[in-house]
Design a binder for this molecule. Structure first.
Ligand SMILES: Nc1ncnc2c1ncn2[C@@H]1O[C@H](COP(=O)(O)OP(=O)(O)OP(=O)(O)O)[C@@H](O)[C@H]1O
Length: 266
């Protein structure tokens, strides 16, 4: 088991709990997708799982050991995290940004070694991004940055990836390419935890899904059991059609309510 969450609860300062009693386990090769409406606590939970936030109750265990016992560098060798809307403001080249993923393996006073550069270049190559390795990172499009940042966390050689809405800036083609990359990484034994607003992506890529709402997981399990019209309605408060388009692909189509009227005051 790579990660276990035991009865996790979290509150910002003295406010009410954002979530309570969250439990799950993640093994090698698992792809765990967390769905749920805006503001329900997905990002907050992901930040508890990689040690950025400390839960006010419960424990996060990494390979059986409490996350509190790990240093930041030790966590970085095990977990690669891509936050939502990551920004690198200095004028670094793409290759430099990917090389930053090697930081947990390089002493503060040392420069990256040939091996680190090779690992960074391979990460870019695996994602089909070698052609922009000399470009300035800050000039890239949102989608290009997303893939370069993924190369950076892969250069960390982690066992677990935590991805906060990884497909949010990507066009249709790159969404599917990213899901295929996730499939491949999971086949190679990496575990992946991601949040998403696309139940279709959970169907096509994950083997574990949770729907987060009202401070807890309203359901957790395999996608076919969890992603039901009933659960989607509970989560998002609208009707959603589930359509099977092939043996292993289902899509979710939200339905506009014809009777809904909004009172707009201008
Ligand atoms: N630093 C903070 N201080 C206080 N409250 C916060 C902070 N960050 C987030 N929140 C609140 O915590 C709740 C959960 O936010 P979070 O970003 O975890 O939700 P989310 O499910 O990831 O949302 P989205 O799908 O919109 O990205 C929201 O009500 C948000 O306003």
């Amino acid at each position: 088991m790579i990660m276990e969450a035991e009865n996790l609860s979290f509150a910002y300062e003295d406010n009410n709990n954002i979530f309570e009693d969250i439990n799950f386990t993640i093994d090698k090769g698992d792809v765990f997708c967390i769905l749920g409406p805006n503001g329900t606590g997905k990002t907050t939970l992901l930040k508890c799982l990689n040690g950025i936030y400390t839960p006010n109750n419960g424990n996060v265990l990494i390979e059986g050991k409490n996350i509190k016992e790990f240093s930041y560098t030790e966590i970085s060798k095990i977990i690669g995290y891509i936050p939502q809307g990551h920004v690198v403001t200095f004028p670094f080249s793409v290759l430099d940004v990917v090389l930053m993923g090697r930081a947990p393996y390089i002493n503060l006073t040392d420069s990256p070694k040939e091996k680190d550069i090779k690992i960074a270049e391979t990460a870019l190559k695996n994602l089909g991004m070698s052609y922009i390795k000399d470009r300035e990172y800050s000039t890239l499009s949102g989608g290009e940055r997303q893939l370069v940042f993924l190369a950076r966390v892969l250069a960390q050689e982690p066992d677990l990836l935590i991805l906060d809405e990884p497909t949010s800036h990507l066009d249709f083609g790159n969404q599917i390419r990213l899901l295929e990359i996730i499939d491949k990484l999971s086949e190679m034994g990496l575990a992946i935890i991601m949040s998403s607003h696309f139940p279709d992506h959970a169907f096509s890529t994950s083997n574990k899904v949770a729907i987060m709402k009202n401070k807890s997981f309203i359901d957790f399990g395999n996608p076919n059991d969890v992603i039901t019209q009933d659960n989607l309605k509970k989560a998002y408060g609208i009707d959603i059609n589930l359509i099977e388009i092939s043996d292993n692909q289902k899509i979710c189509v939200p339905i506009k309510s014809p009777n809904q009227s909004l009172d707009f005051d201008f």
